[in-house]
Design a protein around this ligand. Structure first.
Ligand SMILES: *Cc1c(COP(=O)(O)O)cnc(C)c1O
Length: 378
């Protein structure tokens, strides 16, 4: 027998209400019944996105919506600024390059947030930059970027601001409209408490203007087609009906809690996780810009980071994430986004302690759990 705990930055655990919704018999999508569901999902998404813009639901993982963002606003030969402070920032560069777009790369040291001033400098130096591609939470490093400040910089230029909010939406604050975010992409399996399979993308009037002249090849992800269908409460192709029904449940839960409470719960989870990690004598990977959705910590000297993650998962059923690319074996990441509560964190920290102890790391057993409990009692 094995009880599994998922503390990874996607997929994240599913609430029973979401599981139940997915067990219902399938319905047809060209029906008034499904139209009501689609309407409810769209309204709920606008609430979570904090926007008046249309939010389209695509059948894809998060990366599909990143590709949709690129191909719908740009043309081959265009220049775009991609902010690269981790694996997901790099993905923006790779997608742009796949479509013949000149990616001006703004390299940010992994573990640091981008300086909005650096973006301003690049935009001034190269006024032909048509879009700025950023990441709300750089899941590979645990860093949260100051999208509000970046919005202030980009809004006064001709460029549009594109935000990858795949691992932040529905977990930390992102005010699409008041922060001047033109295109915001997200996915279902992170803060939104759903399985993978749905992508979301919002488009501002400024971004639609660019979309008018976009010449990148596209078919499945053509947002003009999505918009035509959307205006008739429809979708251009067969949507992931079951996932959209489950989305309504998840959105209902988020609405019931209220975004403010959802954000403060995530902050509490992050505070406790950070306190525990530090109490164990470990260092945060991104101490200056740690996000509330995933905590990255450095693996201590003499400990094999990959073995640590593996032992937690294979011996005890507690799945956390290791490091990606250049951070492989050097960091571990404990996610606390979506359907995660206090005692999930306690389980995660307790398991981390047990395995660290068994691997010979020297510390007082219980120190991390105690620090987390104290943080929760605050
Ligand atoms: C998970 C994640 C992605 C990739 O999403 P997929 O659903 O795996 O395609 C992109 N960006 C960020 C910030 C993520 O956390």
């Amino acid at each position: 027998m094995r009880k599994n705990y998922l503390l990874t930055p996607g997929p994240t655990p599913l609430p029973p209400e979401v599981c139940e919704a997915m067990a219902r018999p399938i319905i047809h999508h060209r029906t008034p019944q499904f139209q009501n569901i689609l309407k409810e999902a769209s309204e709920g998404l606008r609430y979570v996105y904090q926007t008046k813009n249309d939010v389209f639901i695509l059948t894809s993982s998060g990366t599909g919506t990143m590709e949709a963002a690129v191909v719908n606003i740009l043309s081959p030969g265009d220049t775009a600024l991609t902010v690269q402070g981790g694996k997901f920032g790099e993905r923006w560069t790779e997608i742009c390059q796949s479509y013949g777009i000149n990616a001006e790369v703004l390299d940010v040291e992994w573990g640091k947030a981008v300086e909005p001033k650096e973006i301003e400098k690049r935009l001034k130096a190269k006024p032909k930059i048509k879009a700025v591609f950023t990441t709300l939470c750089e899941t590979s490093t645990g860093v949260v970027n100051d999208i509000e400040a970046i919005g202030q910089v980009v809004k006064n230029t001709d460029a549009v601001l594109v935000v990858d909010a795949i691992s932040g939406l529905g977990a930390i604050d992102l005010q699409t409209d008041s922060w001047f975010c033109d295109v915001v992409v997200s996915g279902s399996q992170k803060g939104l408490m759903l399985p993978p399979g749905l992508g979301f993308i919002s488009v501002s009037p400024k971004a639609w203007k660019l979309a008018e002249s976009s010449k990148c090849p596209k078919y499945y992800f053509d947002l003009k087609e999505a918009k035509k269908a959307y205006d008739k409460t429809d979708t251009p192709f067969t949507p992931a009906i079951t996932l959209i029904i489950a989305l309504c449940e998840a959105l209902r839960m988020l609405k019931e809690d209220g975004l403010e409470n959802v954000f403060s719960r995530h902050k509490k989870m992050a505070d406790a996780t950070q306190a525990a990690v530090k109490a164990l004598g470990l260092e945060l990977f991104a101490p200056m810009a740690a996000s509330d959705v995933v905590t990255a910590a450095k693996v201590p000297h003499g400990i094999d980071g990959e073995k640590l993650v593996k032992a937690m998962r294979d011996t005890y059923g507690v799945t956390i994430a290791g490091g990606q690319s250049e951070l492989k074996g050097k960091v571990f990441r404990i996610a606390h986004m979506g359907f995660i509560e206090e005692f999930d964190i306690i389980v995660g920290i307790s398991c981390l302690e047990k395995v660290l102890f068994q691997m010979g790391y020297k510390f007082q057993l219980g120190t991390g759990v105690r620090a987390a409990e104290e943080a929760f009692l605050k």
